[in-house]
Write a protein that binds this ligand. Structure first.
Ligand SMILES: N[C@@H](Cc1ccccc1)C(=O)O
Length: 487
């Protein structure tokens, strides 16, 4: 069995019953600091613990004073002047009454104003008194009658003390000291060495240190600004779940169930056997029909109800479209999305998107580009480029790029007009739907000149300050910039 190294040290010394205080002294630690290990050893069944209440004596304040100054009778005897076999003590001294009362008990009494005794008697008396003085500093070894006397004189008081005795419950070769770990490496796990470690449990009751946020978080400020811009342009905000059914994340967007983006490497699938929110039955039916007709495969309603971490906030705008149907309106959503990407300066498995739709009859591709231009301008992006692209749910489709001061042209989102295969099952027939999804992390990197996506989540206070001041400067300049774009 593996035990903490300190417990091992204790067990080694406690093969027989031992007083904890003695072991603590050997280990050079105060006994109190061993208590939690004693408890742990007991809980793990490697240690017996026996508590005994014993009486013990400690000095009173008076007792402490007498240790420092000497007992009155001791001081009196020490002031003797001995000559020619006789010892004489002057009695005009402080506390002489107490001293004499105690000397009387050992048969020494004055005659008149001086105390005069033969040297032999003096030496005997001094020996008795010296011993008493010594026992005052060694109460543990003092004989009973001396303690009684100290008690009577209120030099000591009786207290009860718990003594802890311990004894190993296992032979020492049945245990081995183990390393204590607060974190495991992948090496620890693959080699199986983790079995030999003792894992320190997290104590969730401990308050974390307070985060002295010197400035608001620039990325939060940026997200709020994007929200303001969208509302300012006449869009209404909608929200949707992060834990989404495949139906809204993929099926309603005409992404075939065998589309590569739905394979495990691109999506975090969530295991869940409980109930999920059911999309309307006639909608499921309509989506099934269009998938089977156009993509030529057997659509599986069960698969559509699997849970995923949403991979795109288009899942949320398509919900809004299904709810509101035909008409004239503009909605947007801002939220987190998740994809199993390899973390690098431009990719993270968790990022933020701004998705928007503009719904209305007679909308065209030009309207879309105009709308995107307007938003890009409001966010202060100098130049954007559009490139033809493919998304299963839009046609025509574009990718949108902007120039990063260091990384060059960076793609930050997609856009297009929803295909009839997307809109018709939702009952949207008279209107066309302009749609886009932009990566907000990338946009923040572009406008603030940050060249690694991980920096958006830095904990370095100086950097947070630096990025915040860049953001403040940037915001001040937005509006005085123009936008040029090429198609
Ligand atoms: N959802 C797409 C972006 C997009 C949204 C809407 C229309 C076209 C493209 C993505 O995440 O890549």
């Amino acid at each position: 069995m593996f035990v903490l190294p300190i417990i091992y040290e204790i067990l080694k010394r406690a093969q027989d019953w031992r007083l904890l205080d003695d072991i603590a002294r050997e280990l050079g630690t105060p006994p109190e600091s061993l208590m939690r290990y004693i408890e742990e050893g007991r809980a793990r069944g490697v240690l017996y613990v026996d508590r005994r209440v014993v009486e013990s004596f400690i000095l009173t304040e008076e007792g402490q004073r007498r240790v420092a100054e000497g007992l009155p009778e001791y001081r009196l005897l020490k002031s003797a002047v001995c000559e020619g076999g006789r010892c004489v003590i002057d009695l005009s001294q402080p506390e002489v009454e107490i001293a004499l009362a105690n000397l009387a008990k050992i048969g020494i009494r004055p005659k008149g104003r001086v105390l005069e005794i033969d040297e032999e008697t003096y030496k005997k008396a001094l020996a008795i008194v010296e011993e008493r003085q010594r026992f005052l500093t060694a109460l543990d070894s003092a004989p009973r009658e001396i303690l009684q006397e100290f008690l009577r004189r209120k030099l000591v008081k009786r207290v009860e003390k718990t003594q802890i005795f311990i004894k190993a419950a296992v032979p020492i070769d049945a245990v081995r000291p183990a390393e204590v770990k607060t974190a495991l490496t992948s090496e620890d796990i693959t080699s199986g060495r983790w079995r030999d470690y003792i894992l320190k449990p997290f104590d969730l009751s401990i308050e974390p240190p307070e985060y002295p946020a010197p400035v608001p978080h620039f990325f939060n400020e940026f997200l709020n600004y994007v929200r303001e811009v969208m509302v300012g342009l006449g869009f209404e905000e909608v929200r949707g779940p992060i834990l989404e059914v495949e139906f809204w994340n993929f099926d309603a967007l005409f992404q075939a169930q065998d589309h590569p983006a739905r394979e495990i490497h691109d999506t975090f699938y969530v295991e869940w056997d409980g109930p999920v929110e059911q999309p309307p039955a006639e909608l499921m039916e309509a989506v099934k029909k269009v998938h089977e007709e156009k993509w030529q495969y057997k659509w599986d309603p069960k698969k559509a109800l699997n849970l995923v971490l949403r991979t795109q906030t288009t899942a949320t705008t398509i919900r809004a479209l299904a709810e509101r149907g035909d008409g004239e309106y503009k909605v947007f959503t801002i939220g987190r999305v998740f994809r199993p990407e390899k973390l690098d300066p431009k990719h993270s498995m968790e990022f933020h998107q701004l998705d928007g739709i503009v719904v209305g009859p007679g909308l065209t591709f030009k309207h879309l580009l105009g709308q995107l231009e307007q938003i890009a301008k409001a966010l202060g992006m100098d130049r954007v480029k559009f490139r033809p692209a493919y998304f299963p749910f839009t046609s025509p489709s574009v990718e949108v790029y902007a120039e990063h001061p260091k990384l060059g042209w960076v793609e930050f989102g997609g856009a297009g007009i929803f295909r009839p295969e997307v809109t018709e099952p939702l009952g949207v027939r008279k209107s066309r739907v302009l749609a886009w999804g932009w990566g907000l992390d990338r946009i923040a990197m572009i406008i603030l000149g940050i060249d690694d996506i991980r920096e958006l989540f830095t904990k370095d206070l100086e950097k947070l300050q630096e990025y915040y001041s860049r953001w403040v400067k940037y915001r001040r300049n937005i509006g005085s910039r123009g936008i040029r774009y090429t198609i």
